[in-house]
Write a protein that binds this ligand. Structure first.
Ligand code: F6R
Length: 606
């Protein structure tokens, strides 16, 4: 989604801003722009990739040491130069970059137009510089405070005013912003990855807070305009974690990183002796968790698929009823909750607007709110009562891979933890944990030797795909379809194997292949019948099954073997071929795997 970078310091701002924008490219965008202040104020904008912006900047590289920059993911108004940020007032002296949506922009625009303001874009953002211009009486900090009382909606904002060029103003409400405190320089960004090269010392702004920053100083105000003290925190991620490390794409790097990322997710969290999980982030709520009678998992997209795997695990092994909700729907429900309900938000970015809105609602109603989040210090991690971090480092590829496997692993740990608080035996706890800890090696084994690239070459021209699975692997059918859709733009649908015959099987013909996730588990025979149903309608079948099970070779057109593990942990292994298949198909088709069209990494709008 949109990205923001701001710089004020002793060095030239342009390289920092452009480098920051490149670091944010993975979030998805369709246009970009820069405003830089040197001898004069210059702005540059372009539609398309950052290299288009660089072409527009050309030799004009400014010596300015203060500037703001933006990558835009269109919401109000199509991608165009006019709609690209920064946006300015009528004089051009006030420049603004904005993430989020100003909900009362239409009425403000009408009001400002009547006062004579001239608008040049279709964006909601443009009302902000005009409103500042309208209220400005020589103090930009005070003016922005007034403006924040008027605008409604979500924003992460950076404002520059040419009449007060020694500062940048930063404000946040629902859209993340981080201020990096360097040596004689301050770098602002919507995501730490754009800051890490300069400093690891950061301030996370909370909703309602506003900051005034110079190259060597900062002041933070709360929503009531009081000066407040903010702690400077250290970012734990390293700059190397946001490089491709020799892989062609971030997605491939992250797929191959999974043996390690999975290990990082459970390292130090397993007590074999007691057959339970040690989840430090839940210690304070452990007693309350013992009394929990119902769990609601709230998430979006891939994280929602994780939740569905978690539902099978938690019900089967911890004996707790679970519901899994799309956050975008859950936020509009009036869920029935009480003190014995735990709501678990799963989010890689920790910034997904729908998931955040969902948990804010239930917190008011007294439920215990937990998070499974990767981004340390993110909004969801701070809004929850307690939680577990994934510890997998930044996930840059828009298509989520290592977050999926890590989230399932954390759900398995949680299942053991809650199960052992209830009826799970020591032996069972030990068994699950042992199998979990063996998984990194098994993923490694699969990654070193598999036939996925060959299968991708064979099927990449298909226009439709069905993905099918049962029980623990049913959510994987949806996940496999989502991965293929988002990066290869092939139409794909995920089904519960048993549902196919209730209508959708009508789609199947010679040109419509099906991907079956059919490990040798408790529902294998049932899957087998469904495979036969597809084959008898001339559909090609690619089947993922357990190593050693040769029986599928007689029926399926292509077979992929994964190592054996516990049924509940199979999704962690079976998702790897699905990720690789989507990756290779997209690559063979020549698409930009890491920056799929229309998509954003962190979805901070509704
Ligand atoms: C798909 C994908 C998305 C995210 C979803 C939630 O590959 O990445 O479906 O899973 O947007 O994002 P987070 O986990 O950041 O809340």
């Amino acid at each position: 989604m949109c990205g923001i970078v701001g710089y004020i310091g002793k060095n030239k701002a342009m390289p920092v801003l452009l480098d920051g924008l490149r670091k944010l490219e993975y979030r998805g965008y369709d246009s970009s722009g820069v405003a830089i202040f040197g001898k004069t104020l210059q702005t540059f904008k372009a539609v398309g990739k950052i290299k288009e912006l660089e072409k527009v900047i050309g030799k004009n590289k400014s010596d300015g040491t203060i500037g703001i920059a933006h990558t835009r993911w269109a919401t109000h108004g199509k991608p165009s130069k006019a709609n690209a940020h920064p946006h300015s007032d009528c004089t051009g002296k006030i420049q603004v970059v904005h993430n989020g949506i100003i909900e009362n922009h239409a009425e403000l625009r009408e009001l400002l137009k009547k006062k004579g303001h001239k608008f040049h874009s279709q964006t909601d953002t443009e009302v902000i510089p005009h409103l500042i211009e309208d209220l400005y009486k020589g103090d930009i900090t005070q003016t922005l405070q007034e403006v924040l009382q008027i605008i409604k909606g979500a924003y992460g904002l950076v404002v520059f005013c040419q009449d007060e060029p020694e500062k940048l103003l930063v404000a946040r409400c629902g859209s993340p912003l981080v201020i990096g405190i360097g040596k004689h320089e301050t770098v602002i960004a919507s995501d730490v990855s754009a800051i890490l090269q300069h400093t690891k010392q950061v301030i996370y702004l909370e909703d309602g807070e506003m900051a005034e920053v110079g190259y060597d100083n900062f002041r933070v105000f709360d929503a009531k305009r009081n000066l407040i003290k903010k702690d400077i925190e250290s970012v734990l991620w390293n700059i190397e974690e946001i490089s491709k490390k020799g892989f062609e794409h971030f997605m491939l790097k992250e797929i191959f990183q999974q043996p390690e990322s999975l290990k990082n997710s459970f390292n130090g969290r397993i007590s074999f002796e007691n057959g339970t999980a040690k989840l430090g982030g839940l210690t304070e709520v452990a007693d309350r968790l013992r009394d929990v009678e119902r769990i609601i998992i709230v998430a979006c997209g891939t994280a929602w698929h994780d939740g569905l795997v978690g539902e099978y695990m938690l019900e089967e092994y911890a004996g707790i009823p679970v519901e899994v909700e799309w956050a975008s729907e859950f936020r509009y429900r009036n869920p029935i909750l009480n003190k014995r309900t735990a709501v678990i938000a799963i989010s890689q970015s920790g910034e997904t607007a729908d998931t955040l809105a969902g948990i804010k609602e239930v917190k008011n109603k007294g439920a215990l709110v937990l998070g499974i989040v990767n981004s340390v210090g993110s909004t969801i991690s701070r809004e929850t009562d307690a939680g577990v971090y994934n510890h997998i480092g930044p996930e840059i590829s828009v298509a989520s891979t290592k977050a999926f496997t890590s989230q399932v692993a954390i759900l398995a740990l949680l299942t053991v933890f809650l199960g052992r608080q209830r009826r799970m035996s020591l032996v069972m706890g030990k068994r699950i944990l042992k199998e979990l800890s063996d998984l990194p090696e098994k993923i490694d084994e699969f990654l070193k030797d598999n036939n996925i690239e060959r299968i991708a070459k064979k099927y990449h021209k298909a226009k439709n795909f069905a993905f099918l699975g049962r029980k623990y692997c049913q959510p994987l059918a949806n996940e496999g379809a989502l991965k293929l859709k988002e990066i290869s733009y092939i139409h794909a649908e995920g089904f519960a194997s048993g549902e196919m015959k209730h209508g959708s099987i009508a789609l199947i013909d010679k040109k419509f292949p099906s991907f079956f996730i059919a490990p040798k588990d408790s529902v294998y025979e049932k899957n087998l019948s469904n495979i036969e149903e597809i084959k008898s309608r001339s559909g090609d079948v690619i089947a993922i099954t357990t190593k050693g099970n040769k029986s599928l070779e007689k029926i399926a057109d292509d077979v992929i073997y994964i190592p054996k593990t516990l049924e509940m942990l199979t999704p962690i292994l079976a998702t790897i071929p699905l990720q690789l298949f989507a990756y290779h198909v997209a690559r063979i088709k020549g698409f930009d795997v890491d920056k799929p069209r229309n998509l954003a990494k962190s979805v901070t709008v509704e």
